[in-house]
Design a protein. Structure first.
Length: 219
């Protein structure tokens, strides 16, 4: 009970409120990409909580060793995506700042225009890759979630479902932050990115639906 109070205090402390205030402000950062990464990281943490609540149960120890190992491997691998998504929060803020620095460069002379265009192009690629990496990490985490769905603690299955929904939402919201930066690319480059986005979104939604439907059956 004391630990729960501490956690609730952390959720509602000044730093947490400052984060909400920072989002609910005129400042463009942290924006959609960073918050997508945060939502994805929260999703991973919820799924890992489901894992923590599963691996020490008697029913889990009675599973076939192979099934236990599949679950544990996926559970442990999720830590990598928690770190990637957490890092993505700051990376996306930095990508926006770098783009704006390039955008504000002088373009009075041809040389200045050339320099500005080069830096804008590089900054645009980073502004695309940053949210796309959030999409990719969220999707790969979702694939691990599916491996954990079958043999975890049924009493915590709703937390797994919430985590999966968060990861799918992180992926979808990050996709908008990719697409908004595609307009300056060539049609060929733009089409390649759009195909990548569509593939991830389609497959992510399929995994989410499979897991959510299975969870609903077990409630």
């Amino acid at each position: 009970m004391e630990k729960r109070k501490q956690v609730m205090n952390m959720l509602m402390d000044k730093n947490g409120m400052e984060l909400l205030d920072a989002i609910d402000s005129i400042s463009p950062t942290p924006g959609g990409g960073s918050i997508s990464a945060l939502v994805g990281a929260l999703g991973v943490c919820l799924v890992r909580m489901y894992g923590h609540l599963s691996v020490h149960k008697k029913k889990f120890s009675e599973l076939d060793e192979k099934d236990q190992q599949v679950f544990i491997d996926a559970f442990e691998a999720l830590s990598v995506y928690r770190n990637q998504l957490t890092d993505g929060i700051e990376r996306d803020c930095n990508a926006y700042d770098t783009f704006m620095e390039a955008y504000r460069l002088s373009k009075l002379t041809q040389e200045e225009q050339k320099t500005r265009n080069q830096k804008l192009h590089m900054a645009t690629l980073e502004a695309i890759d940053s949210p796309f990496s959030i999409m990719k990490a969220s999707f790969e985490a979702l694939q691990l979630c599916e491996k954990m769905m079958k043999n975890g603690n049924r009493m915590a299955i709703s937390d797994l479902a919430c985590g999966v929904i968060f990861l799918d939402a992180a992926l979808q919201s990050a996709s908008f932050n990719v697409m908004i930066n595609l307009s300056s690319l060539s049609e060929e480059e733009k089409e390649k990115w759009e195909n990548k986005i569509t593939d991830l979104l389609t497959n992510s939604h399929k995994i989410k639906e499979r897991i959510v439907n299975e969870v609903l059956k077990s409630l």
